[in-house]
Write a protein that binds this ligand. Sequence first.
Ligand code: ADP
Ligand code: MG
Length: 480
Amino acid sequence: MADGQKYEAVIGLEIHAQLATYSKLFCGDAASFGAEPNTHISPITMGHPGTLPKTNAKAIEYAIRIGLACGSKIAKDNYFARKNYFYPDLPKGYQVSQHTTPICEGGSITIQLPTGEKNIQLNRIHLEEDAGKSIHDISATDTLIDFNRAGTPLIEMVTEPCIHSAEEAFLFVSEVRKLVRWIGICDGNMEEGSLRCDANISIRLKGTTSLGTRVEVKNLNSIRNIKKAIEFEIDRLIQITESGGTIIQQTRSFDANNDTTFSIRDKEDANDYRYFPDPDLAPLHLTDTFIESIKNKLPTLPATLKKQWKIEYDLSDYAIDQLVEDKEEADFYIQWASASKNYKAIANWMIGPIRAAINEGSIHFQQLSSLIPYLVELVELVETNQLSFSVASTKVLKEIMTNPGSPKVYANTNNLLQTSSTKEIEKWIEEVLTNNPSKVAEYKKGKKGLLGLFVGEVKKISKGKADPKITTSLLEQKLA
Ligand code: ADP
Ligand code: MG
């Protein structure tokens, strides 16, 4: 068994995120996913002689947006460089990237570990264009190529080698996915390849600081696979070292069928990409005003909301984490909570029945927005014990969503309002006790756990109208 206590894992991630622009980075071809192969390919995408690329301003804006969200320094002067290499899916024979002058430098993203927060430091975020796609599994004899993806805009986010476990990597990528969606620059869809990750992994003896020889696992396309690939590699590297072997610098791939990795190639010392500034593209000179205008449009970030809500709404950490998972959800919570004072109850409604309705696809947040006055009333009815939560969250909520109107009027008309009238509840209790003589005898012999069953029965025959607190205390008195 390899000795995990002796070693520390060192991990650096490179994340590619496809920017959600309409068109490609240097031409007007659509950048959307899923079209018929080779339908989004103008002569510019294909790099035909005589064509001239032109930079998509939206992509620049999106790259700055993520940089600002991560607290990176925005490089005001930067240019695109050609990275020259041959590959069938690269129509121009070079990839346009930002080798020397990344548009964003440094910055960090905070992850929440069980032991507290940790800032994952970024080295850079730069813009580059994607390559096309080779397809090996359609024809038995040929590799087919789809150039639709060639030239679509990507940002590449590169971390410092400051991640020390598969779990940290998992949390980091989850946070990146949340952030890019939050600020609206990428759909974060890993299955469609909108977010892809390369993991660089090495190990060293605990307490040492120099970096060991690394392996790079390429093109991980799910957060679970990132975690599994890293776990596998850490174990493998430790085993090689412990058995006296030497780690060689390699590029590897993940096999999702058995959660292992395999070598694709040993990394040659240095590839000669012959980088040089792209002579067809104007260098970027970003003004403070331009950067400032992007900053002003940036939505409040989850980290800021978390701090605000803790103070303003006194929510639990769990509730806050749940609510800032998704921007639409968070926005809707703010809208609802600003119309009422039942902040905590609303948070529970959001995480419970509202999320369930959204996930079922029975309603959108946009539709829910127009129901705010009714939703406020609904929560108020529950909070003042006029309506049971179970009746409110099933029957009444459904009614409001299909036939918008006052929940109080509906509940009243349909005889759903909870009663705290002792007389009425006593009648139901009497009925339940008469119908269950043997249970009553057992209870009296000491099986006190049966109280819940009686409360449940009262709830059932009263159709949810009996206030459970009053029912419980009346039952206790009756059975004493
Ligand atoms: P390359 O140009 O080969 O992609 P970089 O120096 O840009 O290499 O680093 C790529 C990623 O690898 C970065 O996230 C970096 O933090 C990480 N990295 C570099 N060296 C190591 C190492 N020895 N162990 C783990 N990660 C490393
Ligand atoms: Mg790399």
